[in-house]
Design a protein around this ligand. Structure first.
Ligand SMILES: [Mg+2]
Length: 247
């Protein structure tokens, strides 16, 4: 799992499927939809939920969206999700039939929320309340990023929570909430169990998903580029992801 080689293009999905069952774990922002200035500014392609449902059937129902967003947030943008999903960094997991996997999202304690809100107000950042935690967005004020990261990290540590960094965002989330844990949870049960898992994502938080897939005999597929990655493969951008998935 070194990063001393540049990841190459993954084999076509048809080739992978010819060797046996494949499971696909898909990040949302920057992977299935283009990144936007703010979380509510995304413009998903029309019919994305249906395209994912079609892909899911092709994959034998072994397809899941794994996102930092809450699942209801994603559904607010693309309509009802007809495939499995892990929202809120894996703390809110749902099977394709809608049944809950795990315990659901754990909300942020009010004292942490109050501190994050106050910090955002003082430093001109956007605070976003999430089902599983709270996020400081600094895309509008990138210079404030490093200090916000440090603040969130120290606050999380002090309260026994974890901080997760994304693109111009840092979130305070439960320690158990990560994309690798979500992959492992789905892979423990049918129809995922026994399949070769691949995780496609562009975020730092997706690295945990890449590692989980490697450990289970599959691989990570990085969207875009990064100097250090455990991904074995890469795709250029959202459009390349859609082409590779044939959606
Ligand atoms: Mg992403």
């Amino acid at each position: 799992m070194g990063s001393d080689h540049a990841p190459g293009h993954p084999p076509p999905l048809t080739t992978l499927l010819a060797s046996g069952p494949v499971a696909l774990f898909l990040d949302f922002d920057g992977t299935l939809v283009e990144l936007a200035p703010g979380p509510d500014d995304i413009e998903p392609q029309a019919g994305l939920a249906d395209s994912l449902a079609t892909l899911d059937i092709r994959m034998g129902r072994r397809c899941a969206v794994v996102s930092g967003r809450g699942l209801s947030d994603i559904e607010g943008h693309i309509g009802p999700l007809k495939i499995a999903g892990a929202g809120s960094h894996g703390s809110d997991m749902r099977r394709a039939d809608g049944s809950l996997l795990g315990h659901g999202a754990q909300g942020l304690p009010s004292e942490i929320e109050a501190e994050l809100r106050a910090y955002a107000a003082q430093h001109g950042l956007n605070y976003e309340e999430k089902p599983h935690g709270g996020a400081l967005h600094y895309r509008q004020n990138p210079d404030a990023g490093p200090d916000a990261e440090t603040f969130a990290q120290e606050l999380a540590t002090a309260h026994g929570w974890a901080a997760q960094s994304g693109k111009c965002v840092v979130e305070v989330v439960a320690k158990t909430a990560n994309k690798g844990a979500a992959v492992k949870a789905f892979m423990k049960e049918p129809p995922f169990k026994g399949a070769t898992p691949f995780f496609i994502g562009d975020d730092l938080t997706d690295e945990a998903g890449f590692e989980a897939c490697e450990a289970l005999g599959g691989a990570g597929i990085l969207v875009g580029s990064r100097e250090q990655t455990t991904a074995r493969y890469r795709l250029d951008d959202v459009s390349a992801v859609h082409t590779w998935l044939e959606i």
